[in-house]
Design a protein around this ligand. Sequence first.
Ligand SMILES: Nc1ncnc2c1ncn2[C@@H]1O[C@H](COP(=O)(O)OP(=O)(O)OP(=O)(O)O)[C@@H](O)[C@H]1O
Ligand SMILES: [Mg+2]
Length: 438
Amino acid sequence: MPLHKENILIVDDDIHILELLQRHLTALDFYTFKAVSVKEALTILQSRTIDLLITDLNMPGVDGMQLIKYTSEHFPKLPKLVITGYPSVDGALEAMKSGVVEYLTKPFTKDELKQAIAISLKEKKPKVTKTPRQQNAYGEIIGNSKAIKSVTQIIDRVKDNKATVLINGESGTGKELVARAIHYNGKYASAPFVAVNCGAIPENLLESELFGYVKGAFTGANEDRKGFFQAAHKGTIFLDEIGNASMATQLRLLRVLQEKEVVRVGAQKVEPVDVRIIAATNFNLESRIASQKFREDLFYRLTVVQINVPPLRDRLEDIELLVDKFIFKYGVEYKDKLMPITQEAINILKRHHWPGNIRELENVIQHAVIMSDKQITVDSLPDYLKFTIDFPKETALLPLKAVEKQHILKVLAHTNNNKSEAARILQIDRKTLSQKIK
Ligand SMILES: Nc1ncnc2c1ncn2[C@@H]1O[C@H](COP(=O)(O)OP(=O)(O)OP(=O)(O)O)[C@@H](O)[C@H]1O
Ligand SMILES: [Mg+2]
């Protein structure tokens, strides 16, 4: 008897095959998840821990081969088994090269299926001594840059202990992703991960939200209730936006960190807390301390280990990988096909400053996928990115016309391509501006 049932995701556009497979797999004592398209498969892969992917190759729209390539990159340790009704030698070869361990041709018997699964699952086991729950290691954190590798190295060092971690980084850099990676890749992964937005807790509910209450503690307290800290017992509590926590919240948190125990509202006895604390902020806490908006003692309690998540502009070499991921995500969602992106468009993305970081990049690609038919070109990018093209160096000596063009583009970029607003700034009428744009 296996210690636990494995989760198998089956992907096939033929419902009858899905049901047949599910019957076989249930009989073999596996849990199954069914998807009729790559789109559905992705949703499941993102929300569940899957131990084996079984997929058909030929499907309308985005096909099984593209799913295999994607998962080989983003879930490298996930074993894959291909099932197809069209045994083409080429298809098989391509699948093997992209990391598929087994290959099954329809029709197959239950025994053949069982054997193929056993081989697929065994392939990964001797290599990883960790529990199979960890196989999706950092699947979501994409990047080959030095900057992102130094982040994953720290994740490796803290994931299996309960050291308090402070994650610093601009908005949209992936702080929450890092926090989840620490939790879900470590040995406390089966315990809860509880995210708390510190800036959003109203003062009057603070104590009861964080530490819970007992029945009768106040009007409306009709039963005992857990707080965030009890809910995260043995797991991780993620204190997001800690820089926004009120002074009262900060004081409460400091006490928990010092005493390692909490008291529910209305209760007498203290409860020990056993949680790992991860906090995140996009503020520079040192300057918040200087302006007396953040407690210095709390800061030192929180910064046993610090992780600085780099802004996207410092890891531009990761742009292509990230773009690939988002083209896949939105190509599947909106167009049921994957569109290539031109080098020219990539060049523009690499020149942008990315104040909104990865979240901004994701929005840009989502926009571009919607606006494109066959491929993503410069034209499919949002206007505000286009107007940053080809600004010659400030020092170059330019003809008046070029300077005028440059200046108009700058103003348009500034106004988000609002022509009336741009005309007002330039002190010319709208018609003249339209002519010049032409
Ligand atoms: N390295 C990465 N690889 C792939 N996707 C990423 C990466 N970093 C961030 N993302 C994606 O970018 C988005 C923003 O990430 P996240 O919410 O973790 O950022 P954040 O730093 O918490 O932002 P905020 O400060 O605004 O709350 C998410 O959709 C996340 O999946
Ligand atoms: Mg966040």
